[in-house]
Design a protein around this ligand. Sequence first.
Ligand code: PEP
Ligand code: MN
Length: 339
Amino acid sequence: MVVVMQEGVSEEKIQHVIDRLVSFGFDVHRSTGASHTVLGAIGVHPEFDTRDIELLDGVREVMRITQPYKLASRAFRSEGSVIDIGPGVRFGGPEIVVAAGPCAVESSDQIFRIAEGVFRLGARILRAGAFKPRTSPYSFQGLGEAGLKLLREAADRFGLLVVSEVMDPSQVEMIQSYVDLMQVGARNMQNYHLLRALGEVRKPVLLKRGMSATIEEWLLSAEYIMSGGNYNVILCERGIRTFETSTRNTLDIAAIPAIKKLSHLPIIADPSHGTGRRDRVAPMARAAVAAGADGLLIEVHHDPEHALSDGAQSLYLEQFGQLMTELRIIAPAVGRRMA
Ligand code: PEP
Ligand code: MN
């Protein structure tokens, strides 16, 4: 249930409403917007009568929400969330933020070259995995903490921020000391222990859509993180499994406007995993921005033919540069600008 308070209502009245909600057994989360205070009341109390709250002084509106997620729903913060991940880099505002880099950190030379390239071409965030969730246990698994150190050094050299994947609750503390944004991969979208652990910290989380997850399941995973108190969640559409085999996954572009309607959380798109082929990445990146995405996550490699993972879907630096040029034209057409 969401309780919208009247504009400019006193702190005392807000507190009274919170106390009443708590006395009914609700867990209350408060959001103070520019004009209104909104209270999210979490808990299932089927016998509860909304009029008991509606009639309290200072209450403008009480909405029972049928969606099973509350904190992630648009009603909780109707103006939309803007999530700051570091100096001058915000998701959900007027700017479209691009995170680019290789699938995985492979070596110092590799990550520094790619960092220089993507920085020069306009990315604000360096992406790369150090702990890789590979389908086969015999595939390259990433460099681990040594990879995170290289990633951080390369990003710092060029003033970029860092996003990298966390796979297990035991890694949260260590990884958050190296990155600005913690990625939950598609395979872990329903790893509830991991989601709970990320709810305990305040570091922003990039939550990828599971490859067979519905939008509702995805938002419930965001709710796991948010119910722990970490509201800094950014969603990432990365393609779902369908009957189609001509692309690695089916990038669900329609999920972007759907999420915008259902949730206040920013959403970005990953056209690299979403298509699995470098020749399809740029068209889908352009489409995602046109559809309202707040950013992009793109695999770029200085030498994709020799990449240790996902080379076929990694753009050459020149291709990435061309795409950025095109995005600078598309963004203003939909009322945005490139960060
Ligand atoms: C990745 O971003 O490198 C990755 C492993 O993505 P996903 O979890 O979407 O497969
Ligand atoms: Mn990859």
